[in-house]
Structure formats: C-alpha cells, structure tokens
Design a protein around this ligand. Structure first.
Ligand code: G4P
Length: 533
C-alpha cells in the first residue's frame, strides 16, 4: 500500500502539523526529521524569545541549529517514501498563510497536549482541515508528564470535534509513573531501560498482552484498562478503518512523547502506509486535475519575500498537482498569460537547498521570481486553467497605518505589499483618503508587521484604530448595480490588493443592517483567490 516503486507520486506524502502553541509541534517536527534521517545531530529546539516574530518554526530550527533549513517545506526520504512536511506558522503569528498551506497538503498531524486537550488554535485549524476533507492523524503528546487520563482526552476529541477516534496505541502509566507505550496494532512495547520516565531506547516485540515480558507492578495496575483498549470495541472505540480515515471521519490516535522519542517511528510508519498519496485538485470550469495526468500543473500556495535580505527576491512555493516537472521547463503563468521558464527551481531538503531536476505531484518546488508570481496563481503546460479553493478571509482586526517619517511612504507601501503577498496582512486602499488600512486575523500580527517593516524596509510605522472593525468583499453579478452601490457608498468602500472592492464595517450590527438594506448585493467573508483577469 505504501506505493514505493510505482509511479513516483504514489510514494509522496505531503502533510502538515497543526497544533496550539506549546503542544510540541516544533519538538515533534525535529524528531520526525531526525527519524527520517533528514537531520543528523540530536538536540532540542528551543524557541523562546522569538515567539512573536513572524518566523516559522523552520527558522527557529535554523537559528538554533545553525543549519540551513527552508522556512516552509521540509523534504526527507525514509524507506522509499518521500515525505514533504509543510510548515504551518500556526502559532501566535497565526495568519492566512496557515490556511493556505493547508490547501497544499494531503494529510495533517494534529498534536495535542495530553494535559490540555483540545485548545482554541487546534480547533480552528481542525475546522479548516475538515472543510477540505483532509485526513487527520492525532498525536497526544507529553504523556511523560502528568496529564489527563487517556480516555478523557480521547473522549474530548470525539465530542469536541465530532470525529470518530481509533486509538492505535496506549500509554502505560503517565507522568511520574510513565513507563512506555503499548502499540496494539503492531504488538510492540516501547519503553526505557532507565525505568519510569526515561527516554525511549527499547522496543519489545510481544505476543499481545499475555506476553511474559509484560509483567510488573505498573502493568498489573493498568492491565484491565489496557485489555479493554486492545479490544477497542470493549472500550467503546471503533477499530481503525482506512476509508473512514481518508474521508476525514475517523482519526487514528497515537500516544507519545516527542521529547522522549515515543511514538515518532510509529507515526512515520503510519503515514508511509496509510496516509494518502497526492490528491486531485479542483480547478475552474469544473475540471479536476488528477496526479496521473501527463502534463504539469501546479499552484502557488505561498510566497515568501526577502528570503535573502540582501536581494529583494521572493520565492513562490508551488505545489505540483500533475505531470513530471523538469528543470528548465517553460510553463504558462496562467494569470499573466505569459510563459515563465523555471530554470532554478529549489528543492527543500533539510540540510541544504538543492536545485530540483525533477519533481512529481505532491512535491513543492520553490520558484525564485521578482514578484510576478502570487498566491493562488496556476502554472500549466499551456492549459488555460485556474486551481480553485484558496480562500482569502475577512480580517477580524482593522487598523489605519501611521507613518513616523512621511518621506518613507514608498518604502512603507512596498513593504506592506510584500507582506500582503506573503499572506501576513491584508491591505485595503480606501476610496476616499490616502491612508491605507491593514487587516489581520490575530492582533499579534500587527507587532510582526511593525518589526518587519523596521528590519527589512527601514521604515517605522505605528497603527491607529480605524473606525472599522471588519470587512466584507462586495459581489454583484449586475455590473451597473455594483457600480452604483460602490459610488453611493464611497465613504465605506476600499479596494484590496487585487483591486477587488470591500465594504468596511464599523460593527457586526452594521454588517447585518447594510446586508438587509442591499439584499441584491453579496457581502462575502471569504474570497477565492482565483486570478482570472
Ligand atoms: P510548539 O512548537 O508547539 O510551540 O511547542 P514546542 O515543541 O516548542 O514545545 C513546547 C514545550 O513543550 C517545550 O518546552 C518542549 O520541550 C516541551 N515538550 C515538547 N514535547 C514534549 C514532551 O513530549 N514531553 C515533555 N515533557 N515536554 C515536551 P520548553 O521550550 O523547554 O519550555 P517550557 O515551555 O517547558 O517552559
């Protein structure tokens, strides 16, 4: 089932990790990379102090370890399977970027802190995965610490997320009693020779729970619970069902400790065996792009400006949907209607960036460019087609930009445009007045914008409260009606960076009031980023 040895794309696993801050995403990431042989030295990633920066976890790793790690994609190979792990900067710097990255994956690992259960960010990210039917693998982390009873956490997942859960392993003791993890699918017991609480160093292959290896006080104490859970039905949980997992109805649950290495290999084995190969991609005109098509198509899900502060270049991250990409290929940049020769595509291996000679569906290549490529753009071998399903979200916080040194308007605008291109902020240009309005989803993004404009564009800005607190994209099939509406509402209308009109609202009441008064106009909370112009 692993797909190794067949069509190359069948051996691709493209996934992301979603979690609430501090659940252990960075630690797990590093351990997966170590487990996959992508990085060599062991050591823990520490991220203190940098949390509020718009740095992705890769950059934290990069800083900590002094190695060159891409900020967005991590590719490694293990037993003939190529893993593409996409970073979702879903922490305090939560932004649209996170959502869009999830459009480029085929599965996600949801990391949960055993003591905390489902937290706000986990839920938000989970909802995005559910919208896109992305299969979710659950990793309940930190079982080496005092946590809640495993059953309590599992039941919470089941109820809070309305999802079937299939435990794939079970912890033996927790916190100071932590003794190991029993993998009842593979009949393996993971434990430490140091005894309770030690790091993983022993894997015992056992013959079920009756195995003579499994004796001792701790085992005896929880034997009944283990037995119940090995016979899942008895504990009220369904058995793992691959179909149901792939449809996003059931999540396999692994218990582990990223810090102490429990559960890592099991996760990698599971992804290799059961996580889906690259999926089909919906596109305009009702077309569905399948990975086995011969011609290349791909879409930009992320753009990162200033990868190298010395050069104002950017990297567009392109997820391939079909065909075999070869270096030097001439592809059509569909929005611009122009060909683009991809002569120096980048592959993101952990310790180095390599020029990609060939890439397959599921892979992500970095395409250096000077700003032509934008999030949502499609590249094809000539076909006039746009990949769909990459949304822009209405911001929840709007601020007017205040410039300290008015001589730097140009730099400020350029910086804001670049950051908007990365998906960190949205910018709105009011129909009346010249001060731009910046929209974000989380308030900490504002600090990040200030920091980055200062560091990368040598421009100091501040923010003032705008009198608005949310925006909606305005839509109307009837062009005359739309123009009339825009004209009479100039005071509240602005254009987004793609020149699409938005209505700026003062409060939720106004959203419904204006909506009711103008029932022939649509006010949308999200907008598809499809560039058809
Ligand atoms: P994040 O990326 O999701 O924000 O989490 P990160 O990996 O940075 O982990 C957050 C903290 O939790 C780290 O502690 C990390 O060492 C710890 N941690 C991660 N996995 C485990 C685990 O399996 N067991 C235990 N006991 N701890 C784990 P920290 O940065 O050292 O500081 P602090 O937050 O403990 O103060």
């Amino acid at each position: 089932m692993s797909g190794a040895g067949k069509e190359p794309y069948l051996a691709r696993r493209t996934f992301a990790i979603i979690s609430h801050p501090d659940a252990g995403k960075t630690t797990l990431t590093e351990k997966l990379l170590l487990g996959g042989g992508a990085i060599r030295a062991a050591g823990q990633v520490r991220a203190r102090g940098e949390r509020r920066r718009a740095r992705s976890d890769w950059m934290k790793i990069e800083q900590e370890r002094g190695i060159s790690v891409s900020s967005s994609v991590m590719t490694f190979e293990r037993d003939g399977i190529l893993f593409n792990l996409l970073d979702t900067p879903g922490h305090e710097d939560f932004s649209e970027d996170t959502y869009r990255t999830l459009t480029a994956v085929d599965a996600a690992i949801m990391v949960i802190d055993a003591a905390k259960g489902i937290e706000t960010q986990t839920r938000k990210l989970f909802e995005v995965c559910r919208l896109r039917d992305i299969p979710i693998i659950t990793f309940i982390n930190k079982i080496d610490r005092e946590g809640r009873h495993p059953m309590e956490v599992i039941d919470e997942i089941q109820e809070a997320l309305a999802l079937d859960v299939a435990p794939m392993s079970w912890p033996v003791g927790m916190g100071s009693d932590f003794f190991g993890v029993f993998d009842h699918i593979g009949n393996r017991f993971f434990t430490s020779s140091e005894g309770r609480g030690g790091a993983l160093d022993t894997i015992k292959k056992v013959e079920g729970l009756e195995d003579p290896e499994l004796v001792g006080e701790l085992f005896d104490n929880i034997r009944e619970e283990l037995e119940e859970n090995v016979e899942l039905g008895g504990a009220g949980y369904p058995e793992f069902d691959r179909e149901s997992f792939l449809e996003g109805h059931l999540t396999p649950v692994f218990f582990g400790s990223a810090l102490r290495d429990y559960g890592i290999d099991q996760l990698l084995d599971f992804i290799a065996e059961h996580a889906p190969a690259p999926h089909s991609q919906p596109a305009t005109g009702g077309r569905v792009i399948t990975p086995d098509e011969k011609k290349v198509t791909g879409f930009v899900f992320k753009v990162q400006a200033n990868m190298d502060p010395k050069h104002r270049d950017r990297i567009a991250f392109v997820r391939l949907c079909s065909g075999t990409f070869k270096r030097g290929m001439k592809l059509k940049h569909v929005r611009a209607g122009k060909p683009i020769t991809v002569s120096a595509p980048i592959f993101f291996f952990a310790e180095e960036r390599e020029i990609a000679e060939k890439a397959y569906p599921g892979d992500v290549i970095g395409v250096p460019n000077h700003g032509q490529l934008r999030v949502g753009d499609t590249l094809s071998e000539g076909e006039e087609i746009h990949v769909t399903g990459l949304p822009a979200f209405a911001p929840e916080i709007l601020r007017r930009v205040r410039l300290t040194d008015t001589m730097r308007v140009k730099q400020m605008r350029r910086g804001l445009e670049d950051l908007a291109e990365e998906g960190l902020v949205q910018i709105f240009k009011p129909a009346i007045g010249t001060n731009w309005i910046v929209g974000v989803v989380g308030v900490l993004q504002l600090d990040v914008v200030v920091d980055r404009l200062k560091a990368e564009y040598q421009t100091e800005i501040g923010f003032e409260t705008a009198m608005y607190n949310t925006a909606r994209w305005i839509e109307c099939e009837d062009k005359l009606k739309l123009d009339k509406f825009l004209e009479t509402n100039r005071a509240n209308v602005a254009l987004d960076r793609d020149d699409k009109p938005v209505y700026l609202f003062k409060n939720a009441w106004e959203v419904s009031y204006v909506g009711e008064k103008n029932s022939d106009i649509g006010f949308r909370e999200t907008r598809e980023i499809v560039h058809t112009s």
